[in-house]
Write a protein that binds this ligand. Sequence first.
Ligand code: 0GY
Length: 306
Amino acid sequence: MTTTFTPTPGWLEWEHNPSTPRFVLPPGAVDAHCHVFGPGEQFPYAPERKYTPCDASKADLFALRDRLGVSRNILVQATCHGADNSAMLDAVAAADGRARGVATVRPDVTDAELQRLDAAGVRGVRFNFLRRLVDASPKDALAEVARRVAPLGWHVVLYFEAADLPDLEPFFATLPTPIVIDHMGRPDVTRPATGPEFGRFLRFVEQNDVWVKVSCPERLTVSGPPARDGETDAYRDVVPFARRMVEEFPDVVLWGTDWPHPNLTDHMPDDGLLVDHIPHIAVTEDLQRRLLVDNPMRLYWPDESA
Ligand code: 0GY
């Protein structure tokens, strides 16, 4: 018997007809943060989930990839699938070597399972600290997961909000793996990009083995999305943060769409316009190549990296 899932009320469906970007991505560009959701009938959502998404299949993802001119994807396990990585692994397997995965595992995961995930293309685990998405995991359980995956050469992807960084920073600094931070640590973009809060984040990046995704302007913006013509306003309040990150840390920044954009109720971004945001934050071809190709290749496909 299959189960039918009804998306959480108020949930916006992802954009099925994104504009074709004006900005042409360089050959080999990697979307380093995206998800697949279900389909629920084939890959049921986790009983402990905090939301039920609209289905977003691997075929939908690959269609978007080709529409945007992306070459490769990093599929990040979303909380609605809990620690059942099957939908993500199914998509990575279907991508013909053009995708890698970031999984969720529990501390009691077996070595055999970790080996299986590694062989399937997983290169990291994700720790999520957003209270609206997950119940808090004890730090010692997370530390145990990090200890278990470190020998595989994996990294830990961290999702947290800027206000929580002071509390979490001592724990992050103990992790024995490289760290990848989602969405620039979710800064409050009503504060200055030159102010002490973002400064603290930049210091943390400087002092640790950290990579940063300059992703999700659509989640961070307060001024709102660009007009459909893309030129009028490229998420302008987010630009100073992302641009500072890209210019001060050109060798550890990554970019991603965050498709299919879970948990958005105000506006659903046009993924074509998210691509058009890139030249506003990485203003030279050299910075664009590092952000979109060189850095993600070094992290996820080191054997093929130039
Ligand atoms: C994201 C976004 C979110 C959700 C998840 O794992 C998840 O459920 O990541 C969010 O609601 O902010 O950026 O991937």
